[in-house]
Design a protein around this ligand. Structure first.
Ligand code: ATP
Ligand code: MG
Length: 484
């Protein structure tokens, strides 16, 4: 039974539970107040009855002493017994009115006897046979005469009984109102919490693998500062989940795109290799003079595939740079590296006039010379590959705020604003068809950016028709040696 009650209590809503708890507490308070009130009332009424008894006896004593009779001041259903005491023994006088005495006067006689020995007024509560409870008072009227009066206590009990009934009814009603109204109020007060629980449930039913943002927020108002605080925390948590999901979705999408692009990029040279291999086989049998040409093309495609794989491998290693950095750092002169890159550029891209702006004569830094040279070559090659022949290219080394900067600029057509953000993405090419014709895979800038980031620096791009500038910024390592 108790277990079933406990289970039922556990299954109750919080509002009902609190209301019930409040009810039990009120019940205890009502019981204490009721008991105190009833006890006080009973004591007060008893004391009043004693006073009335005493006052009545004073008047009657006077009447007995003066006239020998019990005249006047008689109350309905009260009893009066007069005893003559001789030799310490009370003898009941014949009553003037038979209604003055009850059937059984033993209690009266015993009180009168007690009075004669005590010589003072005595009060006692006795159960008179067939009459109920009575309050008895004995006093000495004059020497040798004792008066015993008895007043019924039924009135007091009636009044106290009524008081208890009234209390029980009013307290009961108050308790009912408290529990019912309290439950309603508590439910209303707790509604924001249950709304929040609904929101949380909605999230559970929402497919989190979806890249969309969570469609739910808890946007109700009110409920007090605590609820407001909880709501804010709840919404902040949702915001956080949203952000994490967005980041994850974005990363997943980028990875998917990367894998798709990489497969696609690898497939193109692979198809060419196959095609040239077939041609080579055909030429070996039918046109031997064509053979070497096909073999050379085959080698070139294989080499292109090799470069692509090298780039991919390098990017993968740079992505996992926290585990093992793919850089071989050494003390190297940045100005010298730029000059070497410029010389190589002049040899390979003679149709693009190159100027090296005057700057520091030497700038010794701690970096990976081969990788930095690779970045410079990438940027310079871009300036030649993606601009018409004859476009001037310039390169400048400078020092600014604890950083070394290399600016590679060309006067080509520039990169449209919409593409500027994305040219550093893997496999991104502004004009896909043309770039591919020139042998570009779209990995050059991605590799350059990853390499410079691995050095703690960054590459910035500004571009407008006639002025496309890539600025490579690397921090001067601690203890860098500079010779201006
Ligand atoms: P890869 O360098 O891998 O051989 P790519 O040169 O096409 O191929 P990125 O170096 O990453 O790839 O360059 C991305 C794209 O940015 C290029 O395809 C080109 O459209 C554009 N771009 C880069 N540099 C310049 C530039 N100096 N002027 C105009 N467009 C440029
Ligand atoms: Mg490039």
């Amino acid at each position: 039974m108790i277990r079933r009650l406990r289970r039922a209590y556990r299954g109750m809503r919080l509002g009902t539970r609190l209301a019930l708890g409040l009810g039990v507490l009120s019940l205890v308070v009502f019981a204490v107040v009721g008991t105190a009130l009833t006890t006080y009332m009973r004591d007060y009424l008893s004391a009043q009855l004693d006073t009335t008894l005493a006052q009545g006896q004073v008047a009657q004593s006077k009447s007995i002493a003066d006239y020998g009779t019990l005249s006047g001041k008689k109350y309905y259903s009260w009893y009066y017994a007069v005893y003559d005491v001789a030799d310490g023994k009370p003898t009941l006088r014949r009553p003037e009115d038979p209604g003055d005495l009850p059937e059984d006067v033993d209690d009266f006689t015993s009180l009168a006897l007690a009075q004669t020995t005590a010589h003072t007024e005595l009060l006692r509560t006795e159960q008179l046979r067939g009459q109920g409870e009575y309050r008895l008072r004995a006093c000495e009227v004059e020497p040798g005469v004792v008066l015993v009066s008895a007043a019924p206590m039924a009135d007091i009990e009636d009044t106290v009984g009524q008081l208890i009934t009234i209390q029980a009814v009013t307290f009961g009603l108050a308790l009912l109102a408290l529990v019912v109204l309290g439950r309603g109020m508590l439910r209303r007060g707790l509604k924001p919490l249950s709304d929040m629980a609904h929101t949380a449930r909605d999230i559970t039913s929402h497919d989190l693998t979806d890249s969309d943002r969570l469609p739910v927020r808890h946007d109700a108002r009110g409920g007090g500062p605590e609820v407001e605080e909880l709501r804010t925390a709840f919404n902040t948590m949702l915001e956080h989940i949203d952000d994490s999901l967005a980041v994850r979705a974005e990363a997943e999408q980028r990875l998917r795109r990367f894998v798709a692009d990489a497969s696609h990029e690898l497939r193109t040279p692979l198809m060419s290799v196959r095609g040239y291999a077939d041609l080579f086989q055909y030429a070996a049998a039918n046109a031997p003079e064509e053979r070497d040409r096909h073999l050379a093309r085959l080698r070139a495609e294989a080499a292109r595939m090799g470069f692509l794989l090298d780039d991919l491998l390098l990017l993968a290693r740079l992505d996992a740079a926290e585990v093992e950095t793919p850089l071989r750092l050494a003390e190297a002169d940045l100005v010298e590296l730029v000059e070497q890159a410029a010389d190589a550029f002049r040899v390979t891209h003679g149709d693009h006039p190159l100027t090296v702006a005057p700057g520091p004569s030497a700038l010794s830094l701690r970096l990976d010379p081969q990788r930095v040279r690779q970045v410079l070559d990438n940027l310079l090659t871009n300036a030649a590959m993606h601009t018409p022949p004859g476009t001037p290219v310039s390169v400048a080394v400078s020092l600014a705020n604890d950083t070394a900067q290399v600016r590679i600029a060309d006067a080509g057509p520039g990169i449209p604003p919409a593409d500027r953000e994305r040219v550093f993405d893997r496999f991104y090419r502004v004009d896909k068809a043309r770039s591919r014709d020139r042998g570009g895979s779209g990995l050059g800038l991605a590799v350059a950016q990853s390499l410079i980031r691995a050095h703690g620096g960054r590459i910035d791009l500004t571009s407008e028709p006639g002025a496309t500038v890539f600025t490579v910024t690397v921090p001067l390592a601690v203890g860098a040696l500079t010779n201006p």
